[in-house]
Design a protein around this ligand. Structure first.
Ligand code: FE
Length: 249
């Protein structure tokens, strides 16, 4: 069955990477919770999409240049007063949940990987006994390489529309072979039957991201993708149930 990952804890239902979104996702009939991580200046790990607080909170600044206490002062928009979670707190929310983790390694504000960050994230998940329940993802091949060295957990490369266009499916598969990448995820709007067939016949797992509308979710299911991320987890669950009940959602 195609797996559903609640993207950033279900942004369109609960706000972007909010405590209530992650708490709600932990209780949903879905498979994974997708989230992004950044380091703070004092050695902590924060769950937040952007490298800065600017777009989704009432504060500004790069997370990596702030202490955890400073980041905590930020209130996330549309979150009923919620503050960014630490990765430790996220692990606590999911320790008793059937929903598994899908952790995206993000770059810093300059678009480059944070040095030594992958090992820091892997160690924390191991300490929290959550590593065995985690899949990793990144848009950065360098971070995928770091992940391969740090853990044998499943990982996938997020292929952006411009990269797919520039390199093409053949180039994507070659890069995967070169870097030992077993799985890719593409934007749902760039996925089709041909690409799905090409990638899976090359021996790679294939998934999609950003399936937020009913049509996009339906498409991900019809393509038989391994997994898709969505900002609307409740809708995705309903559409998947209709799909498997045999109806055309
Ligand atoms: Fe992400």
């Amino acid at each position: 069955m195609t797996r559903i990952a609640s993207h950033r804890g279900g942004t369109l239902e609960f706000g972007d990477s909010t405590p209530q979104g992650f708490a709600a996702t932990a209780r949903m009939r879905l498979d994974e919770v997708e989230f992004d991580v950044h380091p703070t200046s004092d050695g902590n790990i924060v769950v937040h999409h952007d490298a800065t607080l600017d777009a989704t909170t009432d504060m500004c600044g790069a997370i990596a240049s702030m202490t955890l206490d400073q980041v905590r002062q930020a209130t996330i928009k549309y979150s009923s007063g919620g503050h960014p979670l630490t990765l430790d707190e996220l692990c606590a929310l999911y320790s008793d949940s059937h929903v598994n983790l899908r952790c995206e390694i993000k770059p810093s504000v300059d678009g480059l990987p944070y040095q030594g960050f992958v090992r820091q994230v892997v160690s924390l998940l191991e300490r929290q006994s959550m590593l065995e329940r985690t899949t990793f993802s990144s848009f950065l091949v360098e971070s995928i390489d770091d992940l391969s060295k740090a853990t044998d957990r499943p990982l996938l490369w997020l292929v952006s529309p411009p990269v797919l266009k520039q390199i093409g499916p053949r180039g994507i598969v070659e890069l995967c072979k070169l870097h030992d990448i077993p799985e890719i995820g593409v934007h749902i709007d760039t996925a089709d039957k041909e690409l799905t067939k090409f990638v899976t016949e090359a021996g790679l797992h294939f998934g999609c991201w950003a399936a937020h509308t009913r049509d996009q979710i339906q498409k991900a299911l019809e393509l038989g993708t391994k997994v898709f991320t969505t900002d609307r987890p409740s809708l995705a669950i309903a559409v998947r149930e209709e799909f498997h009940a045999g109806g055309k959602a």
